[in-house]
Design a protein around this ligand. Structure first.
Ligand SMILES: Cc1ncc(COP(=O)(O)O)c(C=O)c1O
Length: 482
């Protein structure tokens, strides 16, 4: 097994490096031109009875699987928000898998836990987050989650713990507790709200034309809910919304939450990475008033998915909300109260060693290298924004950080452009809604994107926008008949 494994790793490494080079050279499509079911039909419907070789599996990976993938690392992948990667991250995932440890508690792998305490404190420093969010504060600390979705669910549980003084654990939520956000909040907030048993979130109005939460409307809603006997538990503010990268006024929201004793969670899944750069630090304004804060290192920090980092300044609420201690999990280290058990900071019990990846990435790039990557992407987004703004028939709606959002003169033209872009496999932009109008989003973040990509993408967009409308089936057949 050892020899076969070593040879296969060598092959896989060669294949991956060649793949990255092909992506960088834009020799591959971004999205696969395949029909639903085509990958399924290319694979045997039943499992193999006999063992197969690792080399065979690798060969099938490149023959059947890779051609059916959307390449998120492709330079012309401008869809959603990025999920970027780096060799250090890939190497860490490999080593992590090889070590195969399970770090649910300090006692099940002390180094896994302590490394996670260290790297989340490192990242808190690098992002300029308040001292209270660090493990060294004794009050708070960071934990690596699989996703921003899990982070908001876990934060909601902590908020319920605080709002109910622990009663929700036995009595449930009884339809009384409330979560507040805007309709611009990510769908994961709505999902978390539902899963935590709070039903639908209370949607707070946004300040006209901004996508930012109106703090006065929030205050009025909280007061109204209290008067009606409901219990406001948590506000989720977004720093960098998915549609337009809007930033809720966290200082005002935070002050209100402190007055009202309501938990404030800040979802900075995308934009949080930008605060590595001093010029974007203002995005942290008011974060000292938050009880929890989450950023997806797996979006814009060269760390492969999954890697969301959630910090809290009130670890007691989090642990009290999540902790259950059956006899099979009891151990002297936990009983001593001197260790962190990350099983109490997340939904699942078991967890891989999550920190090695972030540790490798931060060391391989240095904070300076991660900052430069952000600045590079913001610079490219600015180039695209300038091209869009100068083009007749196009309207630049947003240029924030690495995100550019634009539309055509009419909604019909925008929709046509979106549908044409969706059939172009050489680039990926995704649709957005800005002030209830359709728009196109382009978000930069591939490790291989450069100025050449910007020109390529812009030419494709212009070509699709200028292409004459295709004749409808009726017109075509009528034309043929004539
Ligand atoms: C602002 C925001 N929050 C949350 C999420 C959800 O992230 P995840 O996939 O890690 O749950 C996203 C995803 O793009 C996002 O843009």
């Amino acid at each position: 097994m050892g020899d076969e494994f070593e040879a296969a790793v060598e092959t896989a490494t060669r294949q991956l490096v060649a793949h990255w080079q092909a992506l960088a050279a834009r020799e591959l499509p971004v999205t696969p031109p395949c029909e639903p079911g085509s990958v399924l039909s290319a694979l045997p419907p039943a499992p193999p009875e006999q063992a197969e070789s690792l080399e065979e599996m690798l060969a099938d990976t490149w023959k059947v699987i890779v051609p059916g993938l959307t390449h998120w690392q492709h330079p012309a992948f401008l869809g959603y928000f990025p999920t970027n990667n780096s060799p250090a991250s890939v190497l860490a995932e490999f080593v992590t898998a090889g070590l195969g440890v399970q770090g649910m508690m300090w006692s099940t792998s002390p180094a896994a836990t302590e490394l996670e305490q260290l790297v989340t404190d490192w990242l808190a420093q690098a992002l300029g987050l308040p001292e209270a969010f660090r493990h060294t504060s004794g009050r708070g600390g960071g934990v690596i989650q699989d996703s921003a979705s899990s982070a908001v669910l876990v934060a909601t549980a902590a908020a319920l713990q605080r709002a109910s003084q622990g009663r929700w654990r036995s009595s449930g939520t009884e339809g009384r507790y409330r979560l507040y956000c805007t309709e611009q909040a990510h769908s994961s907030v709505r999902k978390g709200c539902r899963l935590a048993g709070l039903g639908e979130p209370q949607l707070i109005a946004t300040l006209p034309g901004t996508g930012r939460m109106d703090p006065d409307a929030l205050g009025a809603r909280i007061a109204g809910d209290r008067a009606a006997g409901s219990l406001p538990a948590i506000v989720v503010a977004t720093v960098g919304t998915t549609d337009t990268c809007a930033v809720d006024p966290v200082p005002d929201i935070g002050r209100l939450c402190r007055e009202e004793n309501v938990w404030l969670h800040v979802d900075a899944a995308y934009a949080g990475s930008a605060t590595l750069c001093p010029e974007y630090r203002h995005l942290n304004d008011g974060v000292a008033l938050a009880d929890s804060y989450a950023v997806n290192a797996h979006k814009w920090m060269r760390t492969g998915t999954p890697c969301d980092v959630l910090w809290t300044s009130d670890r007691t609420a989090l642990i009290d909300a999540m902790s259950i201690a059956p006899s099979y999990l009891r151990n002297p280290a936990t009983d001593s109260g001197r260790v962190v058990d990350f099983r109490d900071w997340q939904v699942p019990l078991g967890r891989p060693m999550r920190a090695l990846k972030l540790w490798y990435v931060m060391r391989a790039h240095g904070v300076q290298g991660l900052r430069e990557a952000i600045r590079h992407d913001v610079h490219l987004a600015a180039q695209l924004a300038r091209l869009v703004a100068a083009e007749p028939g196009f309207h630049l709606e947003v240029h924030e950080l690495g995100l550019v959002v634009f539309r055509r003169d009419t909604d019909e033209d925008t929709r046509r452009l979106i549908s044409r872009l969706q059939t172009d496999h050489t680039l990926l932009c995704t649709p957005a809604s800005v002030n209830s109008r359709p728009a196109v989003r382009a978000a930069f973040g591939s490790p291989y994107v450069n100025a050449d990509t910007v020109h390529y993408v812009w030419e494709r967009i212009r070509t699709h926008a200028q292409a004459p409308e295709k004749a409808s089936a009726t017109t075509r057949s009528a034309g043929t008949a004539r």
